[in-house]
Design a protein around this ligand. Structure first.
Ligand SMILES: Cc1cc2nc3c(=O)[nH]c(=O)nc-3n(C[C@H](O)[C@H](O)[C@H](O)COP(=O)(O)OP(=O)(O)OC[C@H]3O[C@@H](n4cnc5c(N)ncnc54)[C@H](O)[C@@H]3O)c2cc1C
Length: 504
């Protein structure tokens, strides 16, 4: 998809987000109790209404439709702040701002925008996005939902699963196969449905491991008749549009991972500073100190990568590629930070009142939804194998603060590039069938991009800790080297699998 296909956004005043965040953070501190949301399995309606009044549901909706017209970087700051307070709220709002409203904002016709965006901006209507089906999960090309022309109308039929905001939403964007529409025999389209459409029904709330305050429900679409104008953007171009909106969704989700990781790290710092064992506080124990430093280094890299990714908002191919890295790196990183923080709480970390079990349960899904991490890593590796993104050496571009780090990042990137060239020469076109190799390549790309982002954050003085960046650079060099090591031999894997035959 060309960048030109995406409609430009208005640039808002620079201080708008800062003011909004101050109000939102104050509101979250006084009105939100994450443990209560978890226990009751819902975000209170008054909290959603309060957030709506503060303007959070319209942050990325253009001003002429009642939103704030802010950038993806701003929305990421908001997502991180919400997740730091409660991941269910962050998921509800993040889905609305990303997959929920982005299709309309980026691709919608003027009439559709005028009809829906003002209500979506105020929070009067919440948005959902439904693509997953029973047989179309990671493989989104297998859609069974159809929107077929019948006279002057479209008739939509299908079943969607695991729809975030399902029981809250008034506006649903769904993916449907639309054979023949827009001249594409096997094309799909993004289609807008309303909660009141006859034939559309939302199933019961799913019972989940975590994110209990976020609504997740199936959708049955049984002969819903709509006017063709409800197709968002060009008919038959759904696959391209889907990639774009998924990139937004993944970026916002990664920002939420930064918020979750920060909440866990702050708790770990406070706990280890006060808990005494072996005659001193936990944070005076060398091994604990190293854990805390590594957690901080990882979080700094996650925040840098999210910022870098969101800054690519106007460079659609760049955003698509980088958001894969941000999603995997962010969700893996948040899982690591939360799990390590829980460990540092000891037995108390296993007890609900410590707040750690909730963080752990909420973070688990982030490695699965918005694309399972292994699937995205293979995509990232495939991108690198087929069209390596141009990378300029960082060392000549940065100031003295970031020079040493930039040199390390350049060494890591050069090793990755040499490895890619060697693999391409050895496997030629067959490399695209070597998914285990591509998966490992993808992991190396994600870490290398996180390191590049960290260098840029230090150079631009967006990060306060050069120490954390230096530590991350060492970690990244080791992890990239590990990812570039040869995968386990096929024969070893197969023979180990043979021992796992059912009943063995
Ligand atoms: C709480 C929650 C909210 C959700 N919200 C939404 C939503 O709002 N809208 C929506 O459309 N969907 C939503 N989903 C669905 C979610 O995006 C999918 O569950 C996810 O994309 C994975 O698809 P799947 O569950 O079908 O897993 P599968 O495709 O069955 O994959 C299962 C596992 O197999 C492995 N795997 C599969 N293929 C490969 C491969 N090629 N290479 C390596 N490993 C592979 C991975 O480990 C993967 O996790 C949500 C799910 C949950 C649980």
């Amino acid at each position: 998809m060309s960048a030109a296909a995406v409609q430009p956004v208005e640039v808002a005043e620079p201080d708008v987000m800062g003011a909004l965040l101050t109000g939102v953070e104050r509101y979250l501190r006084s009105e939100v109790d994450a443990a209560q949301i978890d226990r009751e399995g819902a975000v209170p309606a008054r909290v959603l209404a309060g957030l709506g009044e503060l303007g959070v549901f319209g942050v990325t909706i253009p001003q002429r439709y009642g939103g704030a017209g802010l950038r993806l970087t701003d929305a990421c700051r908001l997502a991180a702040a919400l997740a730091r307070a409660d991941r269910s709220i962050a998921t509800t709002v993040g889905l609305h701002l990303g997959l929920g409203t982005r299709p309309l904002v980026a691709f919608g016709a003027e009439g559709l925008k005028q009809r829906y965006l003002p209500r979506l901006a105020s929070g009067e209507a919440i948005a959902a996005f439904a693509t997953t089906e029973a047989n179309a999960g990671s493989d989104l090309s297998r859609l069974a939902t159809t929107a077929l022309a019948e006279g002057a109308q479209l008739v939509v039929n299908g079943e969607k699963l695991f729809v975030t905001n399902g029981r809250l939403a008034k506006v649903f964007t769904i993916t449907a196969a639309t054979p023949g529409l827009g001249g594409a025999q096997r094309g799909s389209s993004l289609v807008l449905l309303e909660s009141g459409d006859p034939g559309l029904s939302v199933g019961r709330e799913e019972r989940k491991l975590g994110l209990k305050g976020s609504s997740t429900a199936p959708l049955t679409i049984d002969g819903v008749r709509i006017e063709p104008e409800r197709i968002i953007g060009e008919p038959g171009r759904g696959a391209d549009q889907l990639h774009h909106v998924l990139a937004w969704g993944r970026t916002l989700m990664s920002a939420g991972c930064c918020g979750t990781a920060r909440a866990a790290l702050v708790k770990a710092i406070e706990h280890t500073a006060s808990r005494r064992q072996f005659g001193r506080t936990l944070d005076a124990q060398p091994v604990v100190r190293e854990h805390l430093a590594l957690m901080g280094a990882r979080l700094a890299a996650m925040e840098a990568l999210v910022h870098d990714t969101a800054s690519l908002e106007d460079d659609v191919p760049g955003l698509l590629q980088r958001s894969l890295a941000a999603k995997v790196f962010g969700s893996d990183g948040a899982s690591y930070v939360v799990d390590t923080a829980l460990q540092l709480f000891g037995g108390l970390g296993f007890i609900e009142e410590s707040g750690m079990p909730l963080l752990l349960r909420d973070v688990r899904i982030t490695r699965i939804f918005e694309g399972a991490n292994d699937v995205l890593l293979t995509q990232l590796g495939t991108h690198l194998a087929t069209a390596p993104p141009p990378r300029r050496a960082l060392a000549p571009l940065v100031g003295p603060d970031a020079f040493a780090l930039a040199c390390s990042a350049d060494v890591v990137a050069a090793a990755l590039d040499a490895h890619r060239e060697e693999l391409s020469a050895r496997h030629k076109i067959g490399l695209l069938r070597q998914t285990r190799l591509l998966n490992r390549l993808g992991r190396a790309v994600a870490w290398s991009e996180a390191l590049d982002a960290t260098v840029r954050a230090v150079d631009a003085r967006r990060t306060t800790s050069r120490g954390a960046a230096a530590l991350f650079s060492e970690v990244a060099a080791r992890d990239v080297a590990n990812a570039l090591a040869a995968p386990f031999g096929e024969e070893v894997v197969s023979s180990a699998l043979a021992d796992l035959e059912p009943g063995a």
